[in-house]
Design a protein around this ligand. Structure first.
Ligand code: XIL
Length: 367
């Protein structure tokens, strides 16, 4: 074989192997036949924002159906990864906002709201900061500078009416964790680091809504109570906070609706905004299925319906919205996280067809 032919084959193979692994999936040329045909869109059925996650790559990629569906059903977007600390805070006093800018400008052009996620999260600390050799005071100055610069940067992207396109930030994500990486903030800034981060964010933008976001807030256990305690402390010491994000990575059994509802009540009684911020629903935790059966699909439909109904028990003024953590089942982070290719946690199947889950959630909104 000639060298040039050989090279062509290698380059083609590389292109194919790269194309399937990114956020954008050019192998999909979707001509979905929505089954069953929904009677209304999500966003027109809710009197609060309905969101989904995006990446800058996917918003400019060749899979145009993703954007068609996003703009049709949703009116709020969150960056799945592009606006995390690890992506934006690339070195001391050095930032890369290019992907965040692309996302916020897409929202601006398409009339969507942006929820910022997440300024501080233990799973997205850049290595240079983890290993920062400066003093604790210098470490704190870096985090303060990052929060202030980032919040001010995105606040400056305005709609034609002069409002910031980005309305809110998860200031701190998952403070109540045993993850060792999280300790760096406690150790180097102090046990009041969460409060300081919220204060810095507020100093940078008087209007942006500031959220505390965490997982398992709908479940039995002390986490929701810890968040309520933290919010009460914030109220006492005048730390600014506007809302609580309940991630809502749930499954068919867990948490049960009574527990979920009790926890929503506990959190809404703070009077803050409540965001179901990362909704998905695992249906195959026990890994017993290799295809989604009708009975599990129906159970998922019913629970999604109940989640929408539950959200509407929150007073209207406190409904910040519901954000889904992914579009198609095959896009879900849970496939990696649960190490199970046979998961179907979202509202659309691998070819963007509407699932029973979608119909259930829509029914719940219109209930
Ligand atoms: C996840 C993303 O979906 C993955 O692509 C990434 O590899 C890890 O982070 N809780 C959160 C989100 O707050 O930021 C996480 O997102 C999912 C769990």
């Amino acid at each position: 074989m000639k060298l040039t032919n050989c090279l062509t084959i290698i380059i083609a193979a590389l292109l194919i192997s790269c194309s399937g692994s990114g956020d954008d999936d050019p192998n999909v040329s979707p001509t979905p036949t929505p089954t069953p045909t929904p009677t209304a869109t999500l966003k027109e059925s809710a009197n609060f924002p309905i969101g989904n996650i995006v990446s800058a790559n996917r918003l400019s990629g060749t899979d145009t159906y993703f954007r068609t569906l996003l703009n049709k059903e949703f009116n709020s977007i969150t960056a799945e990864n592009d606006m995390k600390m690890g992506a934006m805070f690339v070195g001391p006093d050095t930032y890369d906002f290019s992907k965040g800018d692309a996302i916020v400008n897409y929202a601006k052009a398409n009339g969507l709201r942006v929820h910022g996620h997440a300024l501080v999260w233990h799973a997205s600390i850049p290595n240079w900061l983890k290993n920062y050799a400066g003093t604790d005071a210098e470490f704190e100055a870096q985090v303060k500078g990052y929060i202030k610069t980032t919040v001010a940067h995105f606040a400056a992207i305005k709609t034609t009416e002069g409002k910031s396109v980005l309305e809110s930030w998860d200031v701190v994500n998952e403070h109540f964790t045993n993850d060792a990486a999280a300790a760096v903030f406690n150790t180097r800034i102090g046990s009041d680091y969460v409060s300081k981060c919220f204060t810095w964010a507020r100093e940078a933008d008087a209007d942006v809504k500031l959220f505390y976001n965490d997982y398992n807030l709908g479940s039995t256990g002390s986490k929701a109570a810890q968040v309520v305690d933290m919010v009460n402390t914030f109220k006492t010491n005048l730390t600014p906070i506007d809302g609580i994000g309940m991630q809502m990575h749930i499954d068919l059994e867990y948490p049960d609706l009574t527990t979920l509802s009790n926890n929503v009540t506990m959190l809404k009684n703070t009077g803050l905004l409540i965001h179901f911020s990362e909704l998905d629903m695992s249906v195959n935790k026990d890994k017993s299925l290799t295809t989604l059966t009708a009975s599990r699909a129906n159970a998922q439909k019913e629970k999604y319906k109940q989640v929408a109904i539950l959200y509407k028990t929150i007073p209207e003024a406190q409904r910040f919205g519901i954000t889904f953590w992914g579009m198609r089942d095959t896009d879900s982070w849970l496939i990696n996280f649960l190490n199970n290719p046979n998961e179907w946690p979202l509202l659309f199947d691998s070819n963007y067809n509407y699932k029973q889950a979608f119909i259930g959630f829509l029914d719940g909104l219109n209930n």
